[in-house]
Design a protein around this ligand. Structure first.
Ligand SMILES: [Zn+2]
Length: 156
């Protein structure tokens, strides 16, 4: 039984991810400040996951979510941006590796609250993903159009 989302992206990316370090665990304001001081800020957004034990892990944006999560299931995944004081200014559920539903927000909020990081109270951008049951294409749902962009099949 899985508590959260399993990796559903390409197997070769998961295989490569086994050789990359997991994301940095942020359990407190001190964890955040120490990580943030050494982080590369050329890109203001970072990859994040919330692990099944409710811990926020962050990594450079070029990192795959599956690497950030060390290949494990997650409660949430997406991209996140911070102000220098730890305030979360941007947070999304954009992860094509895990395709988390926007309903995963409470897990994100709980992990941020646990680390003492203030947040906007919801995703700043929400994404809905559906794999096509017919052709397997990963669709990003726009305007409530639940049909596959490749083959036109209905998406559940
Ligand atoms: Zn399709």
């Amino acid at each position: 039984m899985s508590l959260g989302y399993r990796y559903v992206g390409p197997p070769d990316i998961a295989a490569r991810a086994r050789h990359e370090p997991a994301g940095r665990a942020i359990r407190s304001g001190a964890d955040f400040l120490s990580w943030y001081a050494g982080a590369d800020h050329r890109d203001p957004l970072f990859t994040y996951v919330v692990t099944v034990d409710g811990v926020l892990r962050v990594a450079p944006r070029r990192s795959e979510h599956v690497a950030c999560a060390a290949g494990a299931d997650v409660l949430a995944a997406g991209e996140i941006g911070f102000a220098a004081d730890g305030r979360v200014v941007e947070v999304t559920n954009q992860s094509t590796g895990y395709c988390p539903d926007p309903s995963c927000w409470p897990a994100v909020a709980a992990a941020l609250d646990a680390a003492g990081l203030t947040h906007p109270g919801g995703f700043t951008s929400e994404f809905v993903f559906r794999h096509c049951p017919s052709c397997g294409h990963l669709n990003l749902i726009k305007d409530d159009d639940y049909t596959c962009a490749i083959c036109g099949a209905a998406l559940a």
